[in-house]
Design a protein around this ligand. Structure first.
Ligand code: 1HN
Length: 345
């Protein structure tokens, strides 16, 4: 049987007495490809074999500077708290793996930045949020909680007080509990969008629902208490020569995320920066503004600001503030993508 190409289909020349049939072209032969008479014919033959002509570039694959698909944005803690209080009446921790609100900033609705997602979470007195583990790295900044709110990380009970930062790295068991008489509110920050992009997502619920606490930690590399952070900030302030003080928590704290605390004294502002890493900021104390590329975002205690990569930005506070900064710098640095851009003066 011989076949001749006819507009993307083959007409079979069948033996005498049988009916000719037309079949869909699935795969051109090397000979058919080699004898393509025009670019249009070649493109038609390439389509079914899932090859594209790189020189024709229907969509460009390279561009001179980052295309910025995410925008700087701010979320209000007061609004989140209201919504979480409603959720406290409407859904319990039996039904919800976590009672949390995802801070959505993506064209497709989920992520807060390209690599990082942030969420507010609340747990009511007497509740437990069951233990699980997953490959995404996670951390929490506690916003409002009374003594008795805690997280169990790999069998270790870590207390959660306002300003504390608690880590749950890749594949560590973690569950939350609240023995106090007040609702506990915190901010979760995770590298879920990065894990979704690279696809090594694994998740497992704890076989005992809530992991038993084996130890109560006095100090743990997974816990950065606020009192210690304040002490270190005071030391850094003394060395900062009138500039905002910044200390890092961990070195870096997680494989994919670096953490720091920035103190703005009354009237101070940060030096303008444009850096190839995505940043989420949680307001630990005070109020202020973040100016980024023509937009000014106002914030106060508990609010969350996102400054996506390659956006020049300045933080400023009239009355003084402390900002908790989470970035994907370790990823960008490891891959050789971390750059600092020139800023306007
Ligand atoms: C998660 O596991 C927690 O364990 C919080 O507390 C927020 C947001 C997205 C995906 C998983 C938690 C989360 C999350």
């Amino acid at each position: 049987m011989r076949a001749a190409s006819a507009g993307g289909r083959f007409r079979c020349y069948c033996p005498a007495g049988t009916t000719p049939t037309v079949i869909r072209m699935t795969s051109p032969t090397p000979q058919q490809l080699a004898t393509s008479g025009s670019l249009d014919e070649l493109y038609r033959q390439l389509a079914p074999i899932r090859m594209g002509a790189g020189w024709a570039k229907p969509t460009p694959s390279l561009w001179p500077e980052p295309k910025k698909t995410f925008k700087p944005a701010v979320w209000s803690y007061a609004q989140a708290k209201g919504a979480l209080d409603a959720a406290g009446r409407l859904i319990n921790t039996e039904l919800a793996e976590r009672r949390n609100l995802i801070l959505q900033n993506a064209p497709d609705g989920y992520a807060t930045s390209r690599t990082i997602v942030a969420a507010y979470q609340m747990i009511m007195p007497g509740e437990k949020a069951r233990s699980h583990r997953h490959t995404p790295n996670a951390l929490r900044l506690i916003v409002d909680a009374e003594p008795g709110a805690y997280t169990v990380v790999n069998g270790e009970r870590l207390s959660m007080l306002p300003g504390d930062v608690v880590l749950t790295p890749n594949w560590c068991w973690h569950g939350h509990g609240n023995d106090s008489r007040a609702c506990a509110y915190w901010l979760d920050v995770l590298d879920v969008p990065l894990v979704q992009l690279l696809e090594p997502m694994f998740f497992e619920p704890h076989p005992e629902e809530f992991e038993k606490e084996i130890t109560v930690a006095n100090s743990s590399p997974m816990h950065f208490p606020w009192a210690e952070t304040q002490r270190r900030l005071a030391e850094a302030r003394a060395r900062a020569n009138g500039a905002p003080a910044e200390i890092s928590l961990g070195d870096p704290a997680l494989d994919t995320m670096a953490l720091s605390m920035i103190e703005l004294q009354a009237g101070q502002q940060t030096a303008p920066r444009k850096v190839m890493s995505n940043a989420v900021f949680g307001v630990v104390q005070g109020s202020g503004t973040t100016a980024s590329e023509g937009e000014t975002l106002k914030w106060s205690r508990g609010d969350v600001i996102v400054v996506p990569a390659w956006h020049e930005h300045v933080h400023k506070s009239d009355g003084g503030a402390v900002l908790f900064r989470v970035t994907d710098e370790p990823v960008m640095r490891k891959l050789g993508f971390l750059r600092e851009g020139a800023v306007a003066h």
